[in-house]
Ligand binder design. Structure first.
Ligand code: NDP
Length: 419
């Protein structure tokens, strides 16, 4: 029975907190802390009638290490679940290190200001050395490995769906189905329709940065980078039907390539409709996706942040979204000398998620594994000391918990492959 401090109170946090409240066998108390405390108070008021978990709230600026250290020192949680934005990963990790508190997040570090010269110098060196240009990578958080190990604490990175569940699926496939995995294709299909001409399913700034960047994949020990959306395939998804999907750079490719060095190729595909891509291209062409501030009527504004203010808040998409998601991985490898392929995936229904927790399936499929990761760390089931991604632990308890907490999965032993 343990206390958890949750930082952030957006779409993903709301689901994770709902699910922590369902799991009172592990969590006895939760503090919901975010930049805007009124959102935390509203969620607390909604949930406290339904759960025996004791809820409190706090205001915190998670960009400020000292404020975080003070809050952790005051609340004394067993772990901190970071479901704010990737911009806050390093400050929250630093505060956890200083207070010797376990740390869990759902997305790897990315800087808010990509024009910062100190960050750019490191970034440009990494682009040259590693060969991919995404703004996010694991190096900043992996730099904490030794410090966390010495402090005797755990950081679990990327415990959402992708990354998170996709990496657990990989560990599960290796443990139960393969001697070696040679090819991994991660397929993220959202067949949901919210009825707006254009909206993003999670934080618009993070989402649009990811989708408008170059694609890349891992092949024979190195990165192959492509123009944005240059590789397109069609796939017939169980529960959804035929969709176009595009190859993207995605963060779990980096950790899976390190954890499964025998993998010859690792790719990530996400489905997009033509309308989404046309809107995004147009916004990009006029400069609205830029993170560089521009002067407008005497004050600086960041175009992508202004765009975020105009777009529907992802948290409001829940009541409007119909359809299903299908996210999973196709593995090809060898077992007992024979080549084989399997596909492990989850289908999640937007409307069922909304009925259950008041959120659409994208927040749901991220919030549930965030809770599961926190529960496994806090209860000591996953207890290695240092900084880890989800494929580095025993996948079985995580897979069991997915079935129990709303994300059941299936294994197809005769899947159609992606060429
Ligand atoms: P939202 O924008 O809905 O929520 C972010 C929350 O963080 C808001 O409550 C916001 O506060 C709070 N916040 C932002 N900055 C600060 C700060 N400086 N101090 C304190 N709180 C802050 O985002 P989502 O819920 O959609 O996404 C949450 C995380 O989940 C992101 O890191 C995202 O990348 C990740 N994600 C991971 C996925 C996966 O599968 N692994 C998939 C989808 C998302 P305020 O209310 O004041 O704005």
């Amino acid at each position: 029975m343990s206390k958890l401090l949750v930082i952030g109170c957006g779409g993903v946090a709301s689901v994770a907190i709902h699910k922590c409240c369902e799991n009172s066998g592990v969590f006895s108390e939760l503090c919901i802390a975010s930049r805007t405390q009124s959102k935390c108070d509203a969620l607390k008021e909604k949930l406290e009638k339904t759960t025996s978990v004791k809820l409190t709230t706090a205001q915190v600026d998670a960009d400020n290490v000292q404020q975080l250290v003070d809050l952790i020192g005051h609340y004394q949680p067993a772990a901190v679940l970071n479901v704010a934005l990737p911009y806050q990963d390093l400050t929250i990790m630093e505060a956890c290190l200083r207070t010797h508190t376990d740390y869990i997040d759902t997305a790897n570090y990315e800087p808010e200001n990509t024009d910062d010269p100190a960050w750019r110098k490191v970034y440009e060196k990494r682009c040259r050395e590693k060969g991919f240009t995404a703004y996010f990578d694991y190096s900043w958080q992996w730099a904490y490995r030794e410090k966390y190990e010495k402090a005797g604490i755990t950081a679990l990175l990327g415990s959402g769906f992708d990354p998170g569940v996709t990496s657990v699926f990989t560990a599960y496939a290796k443990k139960h189905y393969f001697d070696e995995i040679h090819y991994i294709d991660i397929l993220d299909c959202n067949g949901g329709d919210h009825g707006y001409p254009f909206a993003t399913n999670f934080n618009p700034e993070i989402n649009l940065r990811e989708v408008s960047a170059n694609g890349s994949y891992w092949e024979n020990g190195h990165w192959v980078e492509t123009e944005p959306m240059a590789i397109k395939r069609e796939y017939d998804f169980d529960g959804v039907g035929k969709k176009d999907m595009y190859l993207l750079h995605h963060e779990e490719i980096e950790s899976l390539a390190a954890s499964f060095p025998e993998a010859k190729r690792i790719r990530f595909f996400m489905t997009f409709g033509q309308s989404y891509l046309t809107h995004m291209k147009c916004l990009e062409n006029v400069g609205m996706l830029s993170t560089t501030p521009v002067e407008f009527e005497g004050r600086p504004i960041v175009p992508i942040q202004f765009l975020k203010a105009l777009l529907p808040d992802p948290a409001t998409l829940g009541p409007r979204t119909k359809g299903k998601t299908n996210i999973g991985c196709i593995f090809t490898g060898v077992k007992d000398g024979k080549e084989k392929s399997i596909y492990i995936y989850n289908i999640c229904d937007h409307e069922a998620c909304y009925r259950e927790v008041g959120s659409q399936a994208i927040s749901y499929t991220t919030g549930v594994p965030a809770m599961i990761g926190a529960a496994l760390v806090i209860s000591g089931v996953w207890n290695k000391k240092g900084v880890f991604t989800t494929e580095q632990f025993d996948p079985d308890p995580f897979m069991d918990a997915l079935n129990r907490f709303g994300l059941p999965w299936v294994v197809d032993e005769n899947p159609r492959l992606v060429d």
